[in-house]
Ligand binder design. Structure first.
Ligand code: F6R
Length: 369
């Protein structure tokens, strides 16, 4: 079933373009988002005053990325919470709350219990799920399936990009139903989404070898840090989780602005740090802040690996390595920037001779709380 691939993870990373394309398929008509599953739910979407996203692990990082788009395109307050924390703090939810759960398997017990809890409290529930007929979608008022195809490797990769795609579709749908987005604005975002599969493909074609080589050089590394701002922050967390999970290396993701509040003390000569650099085109402010973060860590001896947009030359003087991603709008960069991080984690685990599909102590589906 692996075809010619060395692992399911390698196969699944190579399927990231299709995971996005298949999740979009049949849901766009003449530049507008049309989600058949949500056709009769306009009253639900006009009747809510907040959105809460619940998920675990990688799915929660997809939720964190999605929250930026949901908030921007619906102007509803959105917050993201780990499913296993959600019900232990008496959250403020009622029938005007939409609780969106994200789960590849649709069987994660922590997430399922949080969905049930939300429903008992009267909230509306919608699940984003990759598995037809799984328990979580069955317990929810509505479902938007991701069409990533079966994911076998324990570490989630293609499901992650499909989850972000599905939340973006949902956000565009709600934004239109609530009259926040104009058809023209929505169509612009749809065009960006439709361009994502081709751009991921390009990263796989152009950056795979360099990223894998880098991972091999770093096979003896004991710790890797990841920095990002805005939508780059959850991608930093995802990069770190993937590395811990399959290569058993200490890894941490930070919001770049948090550096000076503590984590910069970790930086010493040779410490590898991945930095996700936002595009300079849309927000030079955000971009320049990240570049100055890079200068701060470089001055303290960090080995800086930058993930930056093609053509961004400002990073060159301060980077030891540069991995390039194609140009995209700010909200669409996470779908691209995560790809080298998936390749890197896989490359490093492979360099250490580990089983990338079956990391120790982990199961694909966590069906206990
Ligand atoms: C990380 C990973 C896990 C899952 C998490 C939720 O690579 O795979 O963190 O994302 O256990 O699983 P689902 O999405 O099935 O609820």
């Amino acid at each position: 079933e692996k075809g010619g691939w060395s692992s399911f993870m390698a196969k699944e990373v190579s399927e990231e373009p299709e995971a996005v394309a298949n999740t979009l398929r049949g849901r766009i008509q003449d530049g507008a988002v049309v989600i058949p599953e949500l056709a009769d739910l306009d009253d639900l979407f006009t009747g809510i005053d907040r959105i809460i996203i619940i998920a675990c692990g990688t799915a929660s990082y997809a939720g964190q990325v999605g929250a930026y788009a949901l908030e921007q395109w619906t102007r509803l307050p959105v917050h993201v919470e780990l499913a296993h924390e959600f019900r232990y703090r008496d959250p403020v939810i009622d029938e005007r709350s939409l609780v969106v759960s994200i789960s590849q398997s649709g069987e994660t017990m922590d997430t399922l219990m949080a969905v049930k809890y939300a429903a008992e409290r009267g909230a509306r529930t919608l699940s984003i799920c990759n598995t037809q007929g799984a328990t979580i979608p069955r317990e929810s008022d509505a479902v938007v399936y991701t069409h990533a195809g079966p994911e076998v490797a324990v570490a989630s990769t293609k499901a992650f990009v499909a989850q972000i795609t599905a939340i973006y579709l949902l956000a565009l749908h709600i934004g239109r139903v609530r009259g926040v987005l104009s058809p023209v604005e929505a169509a612009e975002h749809v065009r960006e989404l439709e361009a994502v599969p081709g751009k991921i493909k390009r990263i796989l074609d152009t950056e795979q070898e360099h990223t894998t080589q880098l991972a091999h050089w770093m096979a003896d590394t004991r710790s890797v840090l990841f920095l990002g701002r805005h939508v780059g922050f959850p991608i930093a967390l995802e990069g770190a989780l993937k590395l811990k999970e399959i290569s058993y290396i200490h890894a941490e993701g930070f919001a770049a602005g948090e550096l000076k509040h503590g984590p910069i003390a970790l930086i010493e000569a040779g410490q590898p740090v991945f930095v996700l650099v936002p595009s300079p085109r849309e927000s030079s402010l955000l971009h320049d802040k990240v570049v100055s973060n890079i200068q701060e860590i470089r001055a303290r001896g960090a080995r800086v690996i930058v993930i930056a947009e093609e053509g961004d030359a400002a990073v060159l003087p301060f980077a030891d390595e540069v991995l390039r991603i194609p140009l995209a709008g700010p909200l669409f960069e996470p779908l691209l920037a995560v790809v080298p991080l998936h390749i890197f984690a896989m490359g490093l685990a492979t360099a250490k001779g580990l089983d990338v599909d079956q990391p120790r102590n982990l199961a694909k589906s966590v069906t206990v709380e």
